[in-house]
Write a protein that binds this ligand. Structure first.
Ligand code: DC
Length: 233
């Protein structure tokens, strides 16, 4: 008996720990982890560096015209977990508040979404992938065998992101973090192009009072259930 390699979609609100869960789950299953938020962040960093974004605004026309010049990849040297923008490791820079403040505006652009969706689908083509984002279960991998939708209390999310930013030396006040999370939720769920939605088949994971270990155990159990249901004789 062999177990088929499934694809796992992890969607949910901002700062709910999707990437922590998705990365740990991928490690546990020996699957590949793909952080699609990092891809949107890398395009945003490009736009900021090129003067196509700033002060909460994005010059859509210039960014769409520049899309063929933007190459996004993941660094094999770091287990495939670091984001490369035109060959440069930008894993640290893409987490800065300046990027967070513009990324939802970039992620609204249909052409940006199309380009990144194609890259994401190509990466998941053979299965064995855990991919996190906002539209993975609904648009990128609608056939994913396991779909997880993550949420958590906004105050818990604010505190977690605040601590994470402090630890990385990215200064931001709690109020600014709270505001950014609320604003991203609003834009992500309200946009026309592939908004954040919980598809009916997605399993809900509210981790407001769960530790990373506890949420991993829940998700790993779901993965086991799905995989054993798909066992081939
Ligand atoms: O997961 P994250 O916070 O790093 O994502 C950054 C932004 O990118 C988020 O505000 C919404 C957008 N995003 C998206 O629109 N679709 C995805 N699949 C992943 C992220």
């Amino acid at each position: 008996m062999t177990e088929r390699e499934i694809n796992i979609a992890v969607d949910g609100h901002s700062s709910t720990g999707k990437s922590t869960l998705a990365r740990q789950l991928a490690e546990r299953l020996r699957y590949r982890y793909i952080d699609t938020g990092a891809m949107y962040r890398a395009v945003t960093l490009y736009a900021l560096n090129a003067g196509m974004a700033g002060e909460g605004k994005v010059d859509e026309k210039s960014l769409v015209a520049a899309l063929p010049e933007i190459n996004i990849d993941f660094d094999a040297a770091h287990g495939g977990n670091h984001t490369l923008l035109n060959g440069v490791n930008v894993e640290g820079e893409i987490r800065a508040m300046q990027v967070s403040n513009h990324v939802s505006h970039v992620a609204k652009i249909a052409e940006v979404r199309k380009k990144l969706r194609e890259l994401q689908q190509e990466a998941a083509g053979k299965g064995g992938v855990v991919m996190d984002g906002r539209d993975i279960g609904s648009a990128v991998l609608p056939d994913a065998e396991l779909k997880i939708f993550m949420t958590a209390d906004p105050e818990v999310r604010t505190e977690r992101r605040y601590i994470e930013l402090q630890a990385k030396g990215n200064p931001a006040t709690r109020a600014a973090v709270r505001e950014n999370i609320a604003e991203r939720d609003r834009i992500d769920t309200g946009r026309k192009e592939n908004p954040l939605v919980r598809v009916p088949e997605a399993r809900l994971l509210d981790n407001s009072s769960l530790t990373p270990e506890e949420q991993l155990e829940i998700a790993a159990r779901w993965a086991r259930e799905v995989r054993s249901g798909l066992k081939e004789a």
